[in-house]
Design a binder for this molecule. Structure first.
Ligand code: HEC
Length: 153
């Protein structure tokens, strides 16, 4: 008699415990959805995709600069100010915007460069990629370094 009462109490506790946990999967689901919404279907952020395009463009411009050709800017680099990053804090900070504006100013200089200074202006463009990355996203720095015209390690 005593033992079956204990079972009833125990199963009540178990029932309450599982009930209380039921909310958890829903919370997790909501969180996953939240993260997914800021990403595009392939799972990369808008900013990450833009960065890859910027990398390819810079690689192409580097070759033009080495050949003494006028750099041709094809990409809309201004999107750097509005594209969303994987971690929202990264693209929202004042620091990010300041680095982005510095980068765009360098790009503007590159468009106005002449054959005598184009290599130097391109170099400072790469350094403006580097300064933002040093502060906010050090991972790709090894790759970005390869864009340097001079002292190419
Ligand atoms: C204003 C800051 C800033 C500037 C300037 C900047 N980056 Fe980035 N870059 C970032 C941030 C932040 C990320 C991370 C994006 C994310 O994960 O959503 C990133 C990501 C990258 C990535 C990795 C993309 C991937 O595949 O995930 C590469 C490569 C890259 N940047 C190259 C460059 C190059 C090349 C330049 C200059 C032509 C440059 N970046 C200029 C902030 C910057």
């Amino acid at each position: 008699m005593k033992r079956s009462f204990l079972y009833i109490v125990l199963s009540c506790i178990l029932f309450i415990a599982t009930e209380a946990c039921q909310e958890q999967p829903n919370v997790e689901e909501a969180e996953t959805k939240e993260v997914k919404r800021s990403l595009n279907p392939n799972g990369d952020s808008e900013l990450a995709i833009l960065m890859r395009e910027m990398y390819e463009e810079a690689e192409r411009i580097k070759e033009q600069v080495k050949k003494g050709e006028q750099p041709e800017i094809k990409l809309d680099h201004g999107k750097i100010l509005t594209a969303h990053a994987t971690e929202p804090a990264k693209d929202n900070s004042k620091e990010f915007k300041d680095f982005a504006k510095m980068y765009l100013a360098n790009l503007d200089q590159l468009q106005k460069a002449n054959p005598e200074n184009v290599e130097m202006v391109f170099q400072s463009l790469v350094e403006s990629c580097m300064s933002c990355h040093q502060q906010l996203c050090p991972g790709p720095m090894v790759r970005i370094k390869k864009l340097r015209v001079a002292n190419n390690q």
